[in-house]
Design a protein around this ligand. Structure first.
Ligand SMILES: [Zn+2]
Length: 86
């Protein structure tokens, strides 16, 4: 974010850079991108990804079209919230 940017949510002008595990999904396919740099509003916690999302989207299609290699594969357990028992 630039000097004069304001948070769309609360109007604050202070942002912190953080690294998150970004899970991109599109039509039932996923790409997990560990350590994605994002900016977070210091006041309300709203997350801003900026142009990083475009890079992730490009990699997502490259990987699913076999034009690029993954670093790794993981399997993830799935359980619906409505099936939680405690
Ligand atoms: Zn904010």
């Amino acid at each position: 974010m630039g000097e004069d940017d304001k948070c769309y949510s609360c109007g604050a002008q202070e942002f912190e850079e953080r690294h998150i595990n970004y899970l991109y999904s599109h039509k039932g396919k996923y790409l997990l991108v560990p350590d994605t740099p994002v900016e977070v509003c210091a006041s309300c916690g709203m997350m801003y990804c900026g142009a990083v999302i475009e890079d992730i989207e490009e990699q997502f299609f490259a990987i699913h079209d076999d034009r690029a290699k993954t670093d790794n594969y993981i399997s993830v357990p799935v359980k619906a919230y409505t099936n939680f028992q405690n």
